[in-house]
Design a protein around this ligand. Structure first.
Ligand code: LAN
Length: 643
């Protein structure tokens, strides 16, 4: 534990945060490269070499690229990565690219790609707009009260389709170059002029079709296709204007960071088309490096501008659990300053106009500049502050903690749970209109076990410090939601971490925070579930394939992060002295390397059920946390004298 604590202390940034690698998805860097190319720009030599090296490092044995660094090949990412490398100057005769072509040509090339890939290719002039399922900007002009108004979509989804709609409405397209003409010859199994674009609209290769298009979506696409043929120019102009105003609002509210990597690039391209070299383009370019991530293999594009706040809030909780000794005090002090500096202190400008929920008091996932606070990030930060308070290290004043509580309360859904950034706005059936092919659960922001548990825990911690706080009902409703979400086998399915071990950790800790006793049948069922999945060697192990298949899928070896979540769940459920918990802790100790680190293992994060993402700091945080709680619970096996 001392060594693990030293590792955390050593890897803290000067600003008090932990800033781990947040890469993993493989569709982000190619979109970035394509965006730059549309803007007539290219990265400098160092960046170019880093990007190419990283892409090469993640090519699968079959010649393709996966949705993320661990997934099997998709046409979407394979074609985009091929194009990105060509745009970065790699020759068509490059052995890696030859293998890629051999993989994607039999699958139809761009014609088999998931929809976002086709869109990016259309921007480059490598795919005809007639071959896209329509994404017109007009829906933004519909009455807000309609259940399918775009403002009701999950914020990540609507922020991607917002600039897409604008670019689609303008049929924006890169200036033609000889390289693009070559690419049109390289990408397709048939001559470009012979492609049947209308037939290409609904086509998608089996590898890319995770979320099939149902009847409803196909009907909507037919209607939109008709509209596209006969649309009014005036209405289009108004819709473009409205979209641009909302794009500007997003840019300003996020200081040009944008909510995520995709809308960051698309918004930047929008401004390039609207006002080349204008102030918006310059502001966007300045914030681009925020997303770049150097890795052991090269340089890539992160899934967010960072995961700093999230990692820091967890690191504080692990360090406090490990006993805030003199050594950890400085570390915690700096972390406390970081938490203080990242709270969002004001609502975003003209919030209602831009369909934004009030932000004041919340914490974001990354940094304050990002400007989009999240329910569970606020909850974890609040928990961390409340742990720092008795140590004299919390720097957030009482009034601002109250604002955080109010922010959390304002986000509770009618079903008692919490979604991510906003209250649930759209009906569940909206999910049937998901046109992404490769993602699930992108249309609606419903209540999640993780967000709900974190909010319940934070409110319970707040109530402990301030027994008069009016949060009882919110906690009880949250706990009810958690109980309803438990599966018959005793587990909870996680949405943002891999997978049932992650969800179950939140399910258990949420119920316990709300007052569930160790004898509670829900907790007993959860314990039984975890025990049933413990390996011979005492570890637990889950892979992202389990998120895709929605069942427990074991990896080849035990995973320290999975094992930590299981041990943390057992301790919370009152089973710290069980055989299962002891064997789990013993495995964790044996797995720790000589310098206090746990060896790299498969990615532990996920989004939208299919894409894995790297939470670099988890390996430094969760084993320490789990061992600390075991030690505190009196596990005779831990090296007591040494900590
Ligand atoms: C994230 C990162 C943080 C994450 C937690 C706070 C951990 C979670 O508890 C709630 C959901 C949230 C906020 C989350 C949602 C999906 C995100 C934004 C990401 C995984 C980071 C990247 C991903 C985003 C959607 C990637 C871009 C791709 C699209 C499909 C738009």
């Amino acid at each position: 534990m001392r060594q693990a604590r030293d590792v955390l202390a050593r890897t803290q940034e000067a600003d008090g945060s932990w800033k781990g690698d947040y890469s993993g998805p493989l569709f982000l860097a190619p979109v970035y490269v394509a965006g730059l190319y549309v803007m007539g720009r290219s990265p400098d030599a160092r960046l170019r070499d880093g990007l190419v090296a990283s892409m090469r490092a993640h090519q699968n044995a079959d010649g393709g690229w996966g949705l993320d660094v661990e997934s099997p090949s998709l046409v979407f990412t394979t074609v985009l990565t091929y194009v990105a490398q060509r745009l970065l100057g790699v020759g068509a005769d490059d052995p890696g690219l030859l293998r890629a072509r051999a993989w994607f040509l039999p699958r139809g090339g761009p014609l088999g790609s998931a929809s976002w890939g086709k869109f990016v290719l259309a921007l480059l002039g490598l795919y005809d707009y007639a071959g896209l399922a329509p994404v017109p900007p007009e829906p933004w002009l519909l009455p807000r009260a309609l259940p399918f108004h775009p403002s009701r979509l999950w914020c990540h989804c609507r922020m991607v389709y917002l600039p897409m709609g604008w670019l689609y409405g303008r049929r924006a397209r890169a200036r033609e170059t000889p390289l693009l003409a070559e690419l049109r010859r390289e990408l397709y199994p048939q001559p470009y002029a012979d492609v049947d674009w209308k037939a290409a609209r609904g086509r998608v290769a089996g590898t890319d079709a995770y979320t099939p298009h149902g009847l409803l979506l196909r009907a909507v696409h037919r209607v939109l296709g008709l509209y596209e043929r006969f649309h009014s120019k005036r209405l289009r102009a108004r819709a473009l204007e409205e979209s641009l105003a909302l794009i500007r609002g997003e840019d300003e509210a996020t200081h040009f960071v944008c909510i995520g990597p995709i809308n960051k690039v698309f918004n930047m391209v929008v401004w390039h088309v609207e006002r080349p070299d204008g102030p918006e383009v310059r502001a966007h370019l300045e914030r681009l490096p925020d997303y770049l991530q150097p890795t052991g293999e090269g340089i890539t594009f992160n899934g967010y501008n960072s995961s700093q706040l999230w990692d820091t809030a967890f690191a504080v909780q692990a360090l406090v659990a490990s006993g805030a000794t003199a050594g950890a005090r400085d570390t915690l002090e700096r972390a406390g300053r970081f938490l203080e500096a990242q709270q969002v202190l004001e609502d975003s400008p003209d919030a209602a106009r831009h369909h934004r929920h009030p932000s004041r008091g919340g914490w974001p996932f990354s940094t304050r500049a990002h400007g989009w606070p999240i329910s569970d990030c606020t909850a974890e930060a609040l928990k961390a502050c409340l742990l720092l308070e008795p140590l004299g290290l919390n720097r957030v004043p009482r009034e601002r903690l109250e604002q955080a509580v109010a922010f959390i309360l304002s986000l509770q859904n009618r079903d008692g749970g919490w979604a991510t950034y906003e209250r649930q706005r759209g009906p569940h059936w909206l999910e049937r209109l998901n046109p992404s092919d490769v993602f699930a659960g992108i249309m609606v922001d419903p209540s999640y076990v993780e967000c709900t548990s974190a909010c319940v825990q934070a409110l319970a911690a707040w109530r402990k410090a301030h027994p008069e706080a009016p949060v009882d009902r919110a906690i009880a409703r949250g706990a009810d939601f958690l109980r309803r979400q438990q599966r018959p086998d005793g587990s909870w399915e996680g949405a943002w971490g891999v997978c049932f071990s992650y969800g179950t950790w939140f399910g258990v800790t949420g119920l316990v925070a709300a007052g569930a006793k160790a004898s509670d049948p829900a907790l007993r069922r959860a314990v039984a579930f975890l025990e049933a999945h413990q390996r011979e060697d005492g570890a637990w192990s889950e892979t992202v394939q389990g998120c895709r298949e929605r069942r427990w899928v074991e990896g080849r070896t035990g995973h320290a992060v999975t094992t930590s979540w299981a041990v943390l769940s057992l301790v919370a459920a009152g089973d710290a002295d069980s055989d299962a918990a002891r064997r789990g802790a013993a495995w964790l100790r044996a797995r720790q390397g000589p310098r206090g680190q746990w060896p790299q293992e498969p990615l532990a994060g996920v989004f939208n059920r299919t894409c894995a993402i790297h939470y670099d700091a988890y390996l430094r945080i969760f084993p320490l946390w789990a061992l600390s709680l075991m030690e505190a619970a009196g596990d005779g096996l831990t090296a007591r004298g040494g900590s």
